[in-house]
Design a protein around this ligand. Structure first.
Ligand code: GLC
Ligand code: GLC
Length: 646
């Protein structure tokens, strides 16, 4: 869409911002996007008295960011553009970590880059680094200053230096923008408390409980145990603030165009630090409307599209990840719909795949995973998943009821079984985890625990049971392998590469004890990590195997996420999840046995996909032995095959 009438306005704003017209590429991008941008902007703010003014301000924010973009980042933008969807590559593998818990601070992290290289990780998600009150922090997701690095981690210069060093060694970086809320210690919140109406308008403030009560009728609770309800009384000014998450996290009010502008400015500020992927925290929540769940509303998508267009115009090398942990049909919308298909978020978390892998591991049955795929396969070309088995958050059982039924189970009972299995209620279960945020009204709950503990390693170590230990390691690798090869950028969670089990020390810290997600956020013990180099240790077995999986992934371009995933149906076997990745002549058949039984799989299901000849297993690095005249493949309990015809 091109609108000639916008031309002079844009030219004037660029001139004011000191952006001559000499940056042709930038100018072309702005002119290509500005009419669409204005259309989206008006969808939100048409009625607002500051609509026109606000739009001009937004254009100024874009122009300033483009002017401030460092030359090395502009060069990188170009390199990325030439690769065409650089982030779909099979050569990117990530790790998410808390800088302080991993190694102390940002400076120290700079000295650990070898560690990642050795493992095969070239992309880091640094958990929130900006200032956050230590006792009311939500792991850094309650930000009191979006531009100041928290002293615990170092300074903004330390961050810039680290990013520079990472960039020089070919690594990518992801940071968060916590868009939905600020800490109640943020300057805006402090001024709102003092009664400044300008800043009260940055939040959702109410004089009495009338509207809050109405809102709460339809808003689900996020932390029903530790932070029930969605509003908090603010004594200082005798008002109620909307607080969907914790009471110390105040929801920002995006019906105020000023808020959007301020946050966009920060987004582009992060882009100019050299962020390669911006993780947009909790985007599902950013628009509220009475009478709705206040999640996944169309206006939230409009805001994301606006962000996308601004980033594409000023800082095009930065990709966007929408952290929407929502039902599969809803997730898909974060990739954009209709004319905006593949023009909203570049990435989303494949939370459904993650949750159904845990489901399959508990039941030994992959039917729910399969039933969930038709929705997930709708992901448009040019977008990708972050694939993962564990992260800093809990595991939600957010798959569709319809999929559970289709898999042959009853939704309520099935979810209850999964919760019991992972939280220690099922006696034979090897898992050691806990329920997170149990809602007494609905019995909804999520699951906490590390990858290793949920896979049985903690119990096996406690009971010194070798056979169980072997199985636990197999489960860990099965879970990781499935998420590494399914398509998307794998995101390991720090500690999982070494089998860290649950850490219960959070219970002694009053700033954390109310939130059992801390049990799976380890403090790294570098003496333990050194065991990764000592053959025979558990750490070595997990680390070496994880590394090999990542190396393999990097060596197989067929794993790049170019809409090249085909699922094998299960009517042959409900224990095995199988899919085929295709690129040109290459086909890779990935088969994962989620059960405790050895499976004999009919080879016909692979042959009929055009995979003929001897079958080479990349994982075992040998040609597969086929049983019964070549008709069957044997897959050991909790094992997998990565097969290519040779
Ligand atoms: C996201 C984060 C989570 C946090 C929440 C509130 O879901 O991943 O850790 O509690 O947002 O910011
Ligand atoms: C938000 C996030 C979800 C997380 C929860 C708290 O709902 O989207 O990932 O489970 O916050 O942990």
């Amino acid at each position: 869409m091109y609108d000639r009438s916008l031309h002079p306005q844009v030219n004037a704003i660029l001139a004011q911002a000191g952006m001559g017209l000499e940056d042709n590429l930038f100018y072309a991008r702005v002119m290509a996007n500005v009419a669409t941008l204005r259309k989206l902007y008006r969808e939100l703010y048409e009625e607002h008295p500051l609509c026109e003014q606000g739009f001009e301000q937004l254009l100024r924010v874009i122009a300033d960011a483009a002017r401030n973009r460092p030359a090395f980042l502009k060069a990188k933008d170009e390199q990325k553009a030439q690769k065409d969807h650089w982030f779909l590559s099979n050569e990117i593998a990530g790790m998410s970590l808390y800088v302080d818990r991993f190694c102390g601070d940002l400076k120290q992290l700079g000295n650990k880059l070898d560690y990642f290289q050795q493992l095969g990780v070239n992309f880091l998600h640094l958990m929130p680094l900006f200032q956050s009150p230590p006792n009311e922090s939500d792991g850094g997701y309650a930000v009191s200053d979006f531009r100041k690095v928290d002293e615990r981690f170092g300074s903004l210069d330390d961050l810039k230096n680290l990013i520079q060093r990472m960039s020089e060694s070919g690594m990518y970086v992801m940071l968060d923008i916590v868009l939905n809320h600020t800490s109640h210690h943020h300057e805006w919140a402090l001024r709102a408390k003092k009664g400044e109406t300008k800043y009260q308008d940055y939040y959702y403030f109410y004089e009495d409980r009338r509207l809050p009560d109405l809102f709460e009728k339809t808003m689900p609770e996020i932390f029903p145990e530790s932070a029930p309800g969605s509003f908090t009384y603010v004594e200082e000014c005798n008002q109620w603030a909307m607080t969907v998450f914790h009471n110390y996290q105040w929801d920002l009010n995006y019906t105020n165009p000023q808020v959007l502008c301020e946050m966009l400015d920060t987004i582009l500020f992060y882009a100019n630090l050299g962020v390669d992927v911006l993780r947009i925290d909790a985007p599902a929540f950013i628009w509220k409307q009475l009478g709705t769940t206040c999640q996944n509303l169309p206006q939230a998508h409009t805001i994301l599209k606006i962000i996308k267009l601004c980033v594409e115009s000023a800082t095009p090398g930065m990709a966007l990840l929408g952290e929407a942990i929502v039902a599969p049909k809803e997730i898909m919308k974060y990739f954009g719909t209709d004319e905006f298909t593949a023009r909203e978020c570049d990435f989303a978390y494949n939370a459904t795949q993650m949750a159904t892998q845990w489901d399959a591991l508990a039941t030994g049955d992959v039917r729910l995973m399969l039933a969930s795929q038709p929705d997930l396969l709708q992901k448009p070309f040019g977008t990708s998943w972050i694939t993962y088995t564990r992260c800093h958050d809990d595991i939600g059982l957010g798959y569709e009821d319809a999929a559970i039924k289709q898999a042959g189970f009853t939704p309520f009972d099935h979810r209850k079984f999964i919760k019991d299995f992972y939280s220690g209620e099922v006696e034979y279960s090897p898992a050691k985890g806990a329920l997170f945020s149990v809602n007494p009204k609905t019995q909804d709950a999520r699951i906490s625990g590390t990858l290793a503990s949920l896979c049985g390693l903690e119990k096996a170590l406690e009971s010194k049971n070798e056979a169980e230990l072997e199985l636990a390691i197999r489960r860990i690798l099965l879970m990781q392998a499935c998420s590494f090869f399914i398509g998307g950028v794998p995101m390991l969670f720090y500690g999982d590469e070494l089998g860290y089990t649950n850490d219960y020390s959070y219970l002694k810290d009053p700033a954390k004890s109310y939130d059992n997600r801390w049990m799976h956020r380890p403090i790294i013990d570098w003496k333990k990590n050194q065991k990764a180099e000592k053959a025979g240790t558990v750490e070595h077995r997990i680390f070496a195997a994880t590394k090999r999986l990542l190396d393999l992934r990097k060596s197989l371009p067929v794993v790049a996420d170019v809409k090249n995933l085909y699922w094998l149906t299960t009517h042959h076997h409900q224990h095995v999840a199988g899919f085929i990745r295709t690129l040109g002549e290459h086909k890779l058949a990935c088969l994962f046995n989620f059960s405790s039984q050895t499976v004999h799989l009919y080879t016909g299901i692979i042959r009929e996909q055009g995979i003929h000849g001897a079958l080479f297993d990349h994982w075992k690095n040998e040609t597969c032995f086929l049983e019964a005249d070549g008709s069957f493949l044997k897959i050991e309990p909790y094992s997998f095959l990565l097969l290519e015809a040779r």
